[in-house]
Design a protein around this ligand. Structure first.
Ligand SMILES: NC(=O)c1ccc[n+]([C@@H]2O[C@H](COP(=O)([O-])OP(=O)(O)OC[C@H]3O[C@@H](n4cnc5c(N)ncnc54)[C@H](O)[C@@H]3O)[C@@H](O)[C@H]2O)c1
Length: 254
């Protein structure tokens, strides 16, 4: 495994599970010191222990807690080199616009979009001071294409993450701070597996649109996170970084 992240400090929100956990493992294996920030104490601590990192329990919608997270990482570990702002939710109450009430809409906006605003707001000053930093915000392929199987607030939140990341990437490009929106296609997480084990037709309806013919593994998304975090991506900023098996490019699949 490469050592391209040796000496880098990485903060990962939602690092206790799924894409965040796979990325924690990958970044640590490439030499980064990983700080996992998650609402779920048990999962977050287990992940931090596994990668010899640190755990901070917090709700990413809490502005003071997010500011303290980045300030304390800088104070205790010396730098904030990588911020993988990844925590997100897609609850069942968020559905078609016809059925989604305002509470469900607002909760998803808070966790998926406001949290990314907060993490960027409090990570960027440290990165500017250092003259170096890589921010990776988790959006989704639904930020660039529409689905008839709607989760309306989720989709809108990811569109917001994409636009916010693009703007910040442009604004801070000459300060050495790169900001990219990671747009994964559907990933083979426990939730997705459970959903599709119950309903094969639902799975097929989605799989037919994926040119490679399968969903992504979390490790495949983590590999892109490590790339964007590293100097190998030194000329990549403000990008819509699609890791979607070709979904967003496909008209007819094989
Ligand atoms: N799984 C997919 O198919 C897929 C596809 C595209 C994008 N994404 C996005 O990738 C990101 C990670 O998804 P995942 O599938 O790995 O999810 P996951 O549910 O496996 O993990 C999410 C983590 O975020 C944490 N979290 C949730 N709310 C939080 C909060 N308020 N404060 C702090 N931590 C909180 C959870 O405790 C959990 O550890 C999300 O932003 C999701 O929208 C997922």
């Amino acid at each position: 495994m490469s050592t391209r992240l040796d000496g880098r400090v990485a903060v990962i929100t939602g690092g206790g599970s799924g894409i965040g956990l796979a990325s924690a493992r990958r970044l640590a294996s490439e030499g980064a010191k990983v700080v996992i920030a998650d609402l779920d104490e048990a999962a977050g601590k287990a992940a931090a222990n596994e990668v010899s990192g640190e755990f901070v329990g917090l709700d990413v919608t809490d502005a003071d807690a997010v500011r303290d997270l980045f300030d304390s990482v800088k104070a205790d570990l010396g730098s904030v080199d990588i911020a993988f702002n990844n925590a997100g939710i897609s609850p069942p109450e968020d559905d078609s616009i016809l059925d989604t009430d305002l509470d469900a809409w607002q909760r998803v906006q808070q966790v998926n979009l406001t949290s990314v605003y907060l993490c960027c707001k409090y990570a960027i000053p440290h990165m500017r001071e250092q003259g170096r930093g890589s921010i990776i915000n988790t959006a989704s392929f639904v930020a660039v294409m529409g689905a008839a199987t709607s989760q309306i607030s989720y989709t809108a939140s990811k569109g917001g993450v994409l636009a916010l990341s693009r703007e910040l990437g442009v604004q801070f490009a000459r300060d050495g701070v790169r900001v990219n929106a990671l747009c994964p296609g559907p990933v083979n997480t426990p939730l997705l597996k459970e959903l599709f084990a119950k309903d094969q037709e639902k799975a097929q309806r989605r799989l037919v649109h994926v040119p490679v013919g399968r969903f992504a593994e979390p490790e495949e998304i983590a590999a892109s996170v490590a790339f964007l975090a590293s100097d190998d991506a030194s000329f990549i900023t403000a990008s819509t970084f699609l890791v979607d098996g070709g979904i967003s490019a496909a008209y007819v699949t094989p």
